[in-house]
Design a binder for this molecule. Sequence first.
Ligand SMILES: Nc1ncnc2c1ncn2[C@@H]1O[C@H](COP(=O)(O)OP(=O)(O)OP(=O)(O)O)[C@@H](O)[C@H]1O
Ligand SMILES: [Mg+2]
Length: 329
Amino acid sequence: MAAIEVKGLNKTFDYFKKEPGLKGSLKSLFWRETLYHHAVKDVSFSIEEGELVGFLGPNGAGKTTTLKILSGILYPTSGEVSVLGHVPWKREAVYQRAFSIVMGQKNQLWWDLPARESFELNRDIYAIDRGAYHRMLDELVEIMGIGHLLDVQVRKLSMGERMKCELIAALLHQPRVLFLDEPTIGLDVISQEHIRTFIEEYNRTKKTTVVLTSHYMRDVERLCRRVLVINDGRIIYDGALSELADRYVDHKIVTLRLARRVPDETLARYGSVSERNGLTVTLKVPKKDLAQTAQALLSALPVDDLSIEEVAIESVIATMFAEGTGRPS
Ligand SMILES: Nc1ncnc2c1ncn2[C@@H]1O[C@H](COP(=O)(O)OP(=O)(O)OP(=O)(O)O)[C@@H](O)[C@H]1O
Ligand SMILES: [Mg+2]
């Protein structure tokens, strides 16, 4: 059985329109117009136990909403969800002990207490056996290297240190499913790298199922072989990250180092010039003509060096979002 099974999930938010100013406030006492926002549209996917899946999409696409439904924080409007055999919004105690959600944008630790006390509180809440708790805490603190920070008020920690504590707090009860909503947001590159390495190791060694959202493609490239891409509430791609470029991009990037200047018009015969920096030129060349074009470039132009690369994953994703429809170009 899959660890996470989502079928035909929909979420429509209703909220009240508020007209500006005092007049608007008064008017709304008597009559309020209800507005609807269909944030999650017929979303279906299935995730196997132990998988680490990236959940990508532009701002407002519906990622957090979906993760909140999977965590039982929000009720869906319709659809079926099963996580480890549980319906999340029933909020059964067994389910609460089986998953965790960490939101990079939200602080879940007690701000005025040292992390150690928040951890202790979690031990109570999740009724974690003392022995298991200490073993897990020691292990996590060791990996994260934050032993010296356990007794410092959380509000005094740096963002990176706080995120490490958030992750520890989320993992003390050894959840089998972990939802990470932008766990590296706002962190410097070194802290991001620490968090990434940790997530990767944790998933590999504990076989915990992880769903991760991030706007940093480094996170995704490093951690996720499979991605779900959501745009405007709809899943537009579910598959291997490595196949995204194949499916959505019809060109490759050819970079030439020229021995002398070649006019743009000449270069344009081989592909569209996307960058030109002195004698280094970048061309977008259609994949279907690639071999032929590379040959032609080498024989016709004064080329010192030629390299061929896939379009960067950032650009692939940007292309998908720009299209909106998710149809291959
Ligand atoms: N409580 C709410 N009431 C009304 N609309 C909401 C509510 N919560 C979320 N939305 C809307 O639902 C849509 C999806 O929001 P969501 O937070 O899931 O996006 P997201 O994919 O997580 O985006 P981001 O990358 O910016 O975090 C947005 O348009 C948002 O404004
Ligand atoms: Mg979000």
